[in-house]
Design a protein. Structure first.
Length: 228
């Protein structure tokens, strides 16, 4: 349990080690999480290629939601890095992760999003004006969509994980919804895609809190990249 200490939190004294490569467990999957801990992902990794999908599987995860921009491709990009693409295809072919979805903030299917989805063999969960990631409504609709398109398995939040580069858009909402969360470094610079001008400042603030949390626990971790 993390104790409150003003604006930040005093973590336990034990030092956590990377469980595989540069992927680090910060919180056990499916463990209870308080409102003050919503900014803390379950896992931290430098890139998607550092995510240990076997570890996710061993913790009951069979469905992975992947953020698109700056997680799989640069903002506005379409072609996935060949190394990353091979890593995802091999993971899926081996059956380590059964179901793969793109978690998009786009309000409609574009040829770009469709191209990214086809490259990795994933279905796409889109947003709407009133149901946009990271709102609770979006995650509720995402769970409903996954259940409707998954024939062989009963899927709930405890069997789902999201991988993304933004604490606000990917981690906090998913933590609230009960998913396992993996934060990775963005692969490109932040590019505003809407009128949410306060997002960069809010994201920096959340990353600062996470940096403080990690430093207090003496965790060797990938350097978090701040928005520019």
């Amino acid at each position: 349990m993390i104790e409150s200490n003003g604006d930040y939190f005093t973590p336990p004294k034990e030092v956590l080690k990377p469980i595989s490569g540069s992927m680090i467990e910060l919180r056990p999957p499916n463990a209870p999480v308080s409102q003050e801990e919503f900014y803390i992902p379950n896992y931290l990794a430098n890139a998607v290629t550092d995510v240990n999908f076997e570890t996710l599987r061993d913790n009951g995860i069979n469905t992975v939601l992947l953020d698109v921009d700056n997680t799989l491709v640069k903002v506005g990009g379409e072609e996935i890095n060949p190394e990353l693409l091979d890593y995802l295809k091999n993971t899926k072919q081996k059956g380590v992760i059964k179901h793969l979805y793109l978690a998009s903030r786009a309000r409609g299917m574009s040829s770009r999003i469709q191209s990214v989805a086809e490259q990795v063999g994933a279905k796409v969960i889109l947003s709407t004006v009133i149901k946009r990631k990271p709102s609770p409504r979006w995650f509720s609709e995402a769970l409903k969509f996954v259940r409707e398109t998954t024939e062989e398995d009963l899927v709930g939040p405890s069997q789902m994980s999201i991988i993304g580069d933004r604490i606000i858009h990917d981690i906090k909402g998913a933590n609230k919804a009960g998913l396992t969360t993996v934060l990775v470094n963005p692969i490109g610079d932040f590019v505003p895609t809407d009128n949410l001008s306060l997002i960069p400042q809010r994201e920096r603030r959340q990353q600062s809190r996470l940096e403080f949390y990690l430093n207090r626990r003496q965790i060797v971790h990938p350097q978090l990249k701040y928005l520019t």
